[in-house]
Structures are given as structure tokens and as C-alpha cells.
Design a protein around this ligand. Structure first.
Ligand code: C2E
Ligand code: SIN
Ligand code: SIN
Ligand code: FE
Ligand code: FE
Length: 542
């Protein structure tokens, strides 16, 4: 569980709100920047920027990522200066459709910004419109260093992401809505939570209730979500109740006001709750204990599906006017939309999770295939992975890098699948030709893994684990810090594990001898800093 989720958990307990999110306005730029960052990182892209459609027809840069790509500011400026119908960002906004340029040199607007393209190494480009309430209010513009990078499948998942960001940005201030009151829903406290922990719906609930209370002058509000199997309505979120633990609160849809709202599919107003008998509605006592006098309930539905009920309570008698009721209805509609959207987000997240598990199984499968082939190195991958991650953590590497390192360590010798068994399993010393083939295993790994986007960031270890600090390693003869840190860490662990294990070509060395060897290779084969951390861990285990 992440730190953030834990904190959130504490808040829930402390303040007895079902959902409690820190009430802090997040600057639009931060949200936009996070959106770009997530796109760039998740899709292995070079850089990107988010533009807002201005009423004068220009596209204004709101945020870009990474900070090294600051020349994007000028690129964006140029997009903005030219007519909307020119640049791809403008086209995307105008047409509401993604604009792809698979080879930047073939793009009509290439020449004016050739300098930036070359400087940043841009090869292909996409502009995807941000759409809210049926119109484009901006675009997310992303650049890749590969020609033809934006394939159909990449585009499908990119558009999913951008759809989510549209939704989120709409609720921050970017969305220049004519609907003033809805625009006040600048609720985005934490984009990470909304898209990555599957708490999208909760965020919507929270924002919606806060706004409902403010706009309608209600004392309390609740969203009940409909459970079709149990034929009941469960509390999903509340705001303004005095009672502490509402989490289990649940009413049947039979013989309750709440159920009536859902089933009749219309707004129900109860001017005086005291007029309702507990026999007619099981929750009535609870509401009276809260000191509520008047009640309004509205059904929540999306695409013909019953989602639940929005209800507001007043401690003083209230009968809203026509405009008030219309607004209540509009809010319920907006909340329904939000829940529906958030459900899509959560589904997307779950689908990604499935994909993720499938990938992890693939990795595990490959690892097994290799250990079967190598026979004697059973358990080697698991051991070196564990120790590598431990050293990396002590050296200050954090997630998500640790995950990439973990996968990389597990797959470090995957390239040996390309080495014939006669060489791999040879009992004695390798001949020169055999050695040349054996030394290809890091390059084989690179060829195997680089087409897999998911493993792009895990490639350093398989590709660079036989490089040496003093530059005498292979395949590229990298030296010192040219070697990725993860590979420098891994090299120590790999040799340690190899030396202390039986190999077809020799018996295992005693631990002391292996430690001596590693110390002796400090500054030659190995990064001295890594050796120090390694020694602390190994000697601590004795
Ligand atoms: P491996 O067996 O997993 O060994 C990984 C690394 O541990 C080696 O990388 C080397 O740096 C270190 N290492 C392993 N055994 C010894 C040893 O007896 N003495 C010393 N000083 N270091 C050792 P390297 O050398 O680049 O080898 C890569 C892979 O090539 C090895 O992976 C192994 O699969 C194969 N290989 C290396 N030497 C021989 C050999 O003499 N016979 C056979 N059949 N295979 C060999
Ligand atoms: C992830 O799923 O953690 C990111 C994909 C990757 O490894 O590049
Ligand atoms: C890594 O992911 O390998 C750590 C960063 C570095 O290469 O120094
Ligand atoms: Fe290796
Ligand atoms: Fe190995």
C-alpha cells in the first residue's frame, strides 16, 4: 500500500468521513504536467506538452514534460501563432480527432521548427484532442524518437489515457465552461489517486457532494449506490452527517424513500420527514436523529443503467423553487456522468492490471525456460534478483525504477536462450569461437527485449551486466558511470552468485574466497560504491 493510501486510511478513521481528501487546490499546471508526465513515461516517449484552446483560436502551452524539453515552449508558441488550421495541435482541436504524423520529415509544418526536431531527436508526433461536453478544449501533444511509433494499438491506449485526462482536467480550471456553477467543481486534489489507485469514483463522489452542499445550501448530502444483486442501496459517500460510522449503512429498495426515488426514477421531495412512518421507510429514524427536517432525492442513471440515488438534507424546512430543483437535477446528471466516467477509468485500470499480470507470467515463463536449459543455475535468477533489489534500495533507488530493476535482474541472462546448449552446458573451458558466441548473450537479450515496450526500462541489466567499471567488459566496453547504475549493481551480485554456485565448468567457491575476489576487483571489474554496499549486506548476514 502506498504512503498516500495509508494516510488516506488514517483520515477516514480519524474524521469519520467515508472519503476524506485533503482540501487543497491543485494548480491547473500541476494537473496538466502530471498528465503529460504520465503519457510520456507510460508510453516511453521523448516529450510532450499540453495546450489549451484559446478563444482567439490560438493554442496556448499549459505544461510540458520533461523539463529538459524546454524548447517545446517555443514549438508550442509557433503552433499558437499559426492559424489553427495549420499545426497538428490546432487540427486536432478543430476536428476533435487525433492527428498523427508518423514521420516528422514528411509533415508539412516540419520546416519552421526543424531546429527543435533535430535538437530533441523527434521522429514522430501525435496530437490528441481533450474533449469535454462534446467539444475540444485543448490537446495533448506527444513526440516519439521512433518513426511510425503511433500504431493502432498504441493509439487506442493513448486515447484511453487522454480520455481520462480530459475528464480530470475538465474538473480543474482548464475547462472554460459556460456552465459557471459546474465549473466551480475544481476538484482535482490528486490525479494519481484518481487514475492509478482505482479510487476514481470516490474522488467523483467527494467532489460532487462538496459541490452539492455548497450550491444547494444543504446541511448534509449522501450518495447511495445501487446494488442490483442485493436489491439494496448502499452508502457510497456522505457529507455533513453527525453520525460517526456510516460505512455499513444500507437500505432495501423496497418500502423506503430511497428505493422509491430509484424505482420511480424521479425527484422526490419530503418537506417534513417527521410525517414519514418508520414502517414506510427503515432509515427514517436515523435521519430524524440527525435532526434532518426536509429531504430531496434524485435518481442517478447513466446510459439507461440505474446507478443510485443522490439525496440532500436540511435541518430547517425547505421547499426549493423551480430553478433550485432544476439545478438539483442538473447536479444529479453531472454526478451520474462522473460516476459513469470513473467506472470506465476503473475498468481501464483493471484491464491494465490483467495485462500486467499476463506480462509478469510471460517473464516468469522465460526465466523458467532458461533455468531448464541451463539446468545447474536453478534458483540463480531469484537469488540475484532479491539481492540486486536490496542493494538498489539501499543506494536510494525507488519505485518505479525498482520494479524495472527487478524485472531486469530476473531476465539478466535471457539472451543465453540464443546460445547453443553445446556451449552453454560445456564441462570445460570455452574455445575462442565458443567464447565469441557466449559473449553475444547481452546483445541477444537486447534484441529480444527491446521490441517489448513494457520491458523497455528493464533492459539495462540484461544488456549491460557484463560491462566492467574499468572499461574492459562487453558488449560495448562502457566505462564507469557510462554503465547504467542498475547494471553496475547487478554485475557484483551476478559474479557473487556465479562464484558461490556449482557451474558445469567448475565447482562452487567458498564464500570467503568469493568475497575476497569481489573486494579485489573493486575499481577494476566493479563500481567501488556498489562493492561497499554489497559487502555491508553480505557481512551483515554472517
Ligand atoms: P555465469 O556462469 O553466470 O558467470 C557470470 C560471471 O561470473 C562471469 O561472466 C564472470 O564474470 C564471473 N565468473 C563466473 N565463474 C567465474 C570463475 O570461475 N572465475 C572468475 N574469476 N569469474 C567467474 P563472464 O566471464 O562474462 O561469463 C559469462 C558466461 O559465460 C558465464 O555466466 C557462463 O555461462 C559462460 N562461461 C564463462 N566461462 C566459461 C567456461 O569456462 N566454460 C563454460 N562452459 N562457460 C563459461
Ligand atoms: C509498468 O507497468 O510498470 C510500466 C511498463 C514498463 O515496464 O515500461
Ligand atoms: C537505473 O534505472 O538503472 C538507475 C538509474 C541509472 O542508470 O543511474
Ligand atoms: Fe550473463
Ligand atoms: Fe547470471
Amino acid at each position: 500500500m502506498s504512503e498516500m493510501q495509508e494516510n488516506q486510511g488514517e483520515n477516514i478513521k480519524e474524521k469519520n468521513h467515508i472519503i476524506e481528501i485533503e482540501k487543497r487546490d491543485v494548480a491547473l499546471e500541476d494537473v496538466a504536467k502530471k498528465a503529460i508526465q504520465i503519457c510520456v513515461k507510460s508510453f516511453g516517449l521523448l516529450c510532450g506538452w499540453l495546450g489549451r484552446a484559446e478563444s482567439n483560436g490560438h493554442v496556448k502551452l499549459v505544461a510540458y514534460f520533461p523539463k529538459e524539453a524546454s524548447s517545446l515552449k517555443q514549438v508550442a508558441l509557433r503552433w499558437g501563432e499559426i492559424e489553427l488550421s495549420h499545426g497538428l495541435a490546432g487540427k486536432a482541436i478543430k476536428s476533435g480527432k487525433p492527428q498523427i504524423c508518423q514521420d516528422i520529415k514528411a509533415c508539412p509544418s516540419y520546416l519552421p521548427w526543424k531546429g527543435f526536431v533535430t535538437e530533441l531527436g523527434i521522429k514522430s508526433f501525435v496530437a490528441i484532442p481533450l474533449i469535454g461536453n462534446g467539444r475540444a478544449f485543448g490537446s495533448i501533444n506527444l513526440y516519439s524518437n521512433k518513426i511510425g511509433y503511433f500504431t493502432d494499438s498504441i493509439m487506442t491506449s493513448l486515447q484511453n489515457y487522454v480520455g481520462i485526462f480530459s475528464f480530470i482536467l475538465k474538473y480543474s480550471n482548464l475547462y472554460d465552461s459556460t456552465n459557471k456553477h459546474l465549473n466551480r467543481l475544481k476538484a482535482l486534489r490528486n490525479i494519481d489517486m484518481a487514475i492509478s489507485t482505482g479510487s476514481g469514483i470516490k474522488l467523483v463522489y467527494y467532489v460532487a457532494l462538496e459541490e452539492t452542499i455548497k450550491q444547494l445550501g444543504a446541511d448534509a448530502a449522501a450518495i447511495l449506490s445501487y446494488d442490483p444483486h442485493a436489491q439494496s442501496l448502499k452508502i457510497a459517500a456522505t457529507y455533513g452527517f453527525e453520525a460517526n460510522n456510516l460505512e455499513g449503512f444500507c437500505v432495501s429498495i423496497e418500502n423506503t424513500i430511497e428505493g422509491k426515488v430509484l424505482k420511480k426514477h424521479e425527484i422526490i421531495h419530503i418537506p417534513d420527514l417527521r410525517a414519514i412512518s418508520p414502517f414506510d421507510s427503515s432509515s427514517i429514524d436515523f435521519y430524524l436523529e440527525e435532526g434532518f427536517r426536509s429531504y430531496y432525492g434524485a435518481p442517478l442513471t447513466a446510459r439507461g443503467e440505474r446507478l443510485g440515488v443522490l439525496q440532500v438534507f436540511f435541518r430547517k424546512p425547505l421547499t426549493g423553487g423551480e430553478e433550485w430543483v432544476n439545478f438539483f437535477e442538473a447536479l444529479a446528471g453531472q454526478i451520474s456522468l462522473g460516476i459513469d466516467n470513473a467506472k470506465l477509468v476503473d475498468d481501464l485500470w483493471n484491464r491494465n492490471l490483467e495485462l500486467f499480470n499476463a506480462y509478469n507470467e510471460t517473464i516468469a515463463g522465460w526465466g523458467k525456460a532458461l533455468s531448464l536449459k541451463e539446468d545447474e543455475t536453478a534458483g540463480h535468477s531469484e537469488r540475484v534478483t532479491k539481492l540486486t533489489v536490496e542493494i538498489a534500495r539501499r543506494m536510494g533507488i525507488k519505485n518505479p525504477d525498482l520494479v524495472h530493476i527487478e524485472r531486469g535482474a530476473y531476465l539478466h541472462d535471457i539472451g543465453k536462450i540464443g546460445v547453443p546448449d553445446s556451449i552453454l552446458l560445456k564441462k570445460g573451458k570455452l574455445t575462442e569461437e565458443e567464447w565469441e558466441i557466449m559473449k553475444k548473450h547481452p546483445e541477444y537479450a537486447f534484441e529480444m527485449l527491446s521490441p517489448i515496450t513494457y520491458l523497455n526500462k528493464s533492459i539495462d541489466i540484461p544488456y549491460c551486466h557484463h560491462e566492467r567499471w574499468n572499461g574492459t567488459g562487453y558488449p560495448r566496453g562502457l566505462k564507469g558511470k557510462q554503465i547504467p547504475l542498475s547494471a553496475r549493481i547487478f554485475a557484483v551480485v551476478d559474479v557473487w552468485d556465479a562464484l558461490t554456485s556449482d557451474r558445469p565448468y567448475r565447482k562452487a567457491w567458498p564464500k570467503e574466497k568469493a568475497i575476497e575476489y569481489i573486494k579485489e576487483q573493486k575499481g577494476k571489474h566493479f563500481d567501488p560504491g556498489v562493492v561497499n554496499v554489497f559487502i555491508t549486506i553480505i557481512e551483515g548476514q554472517e
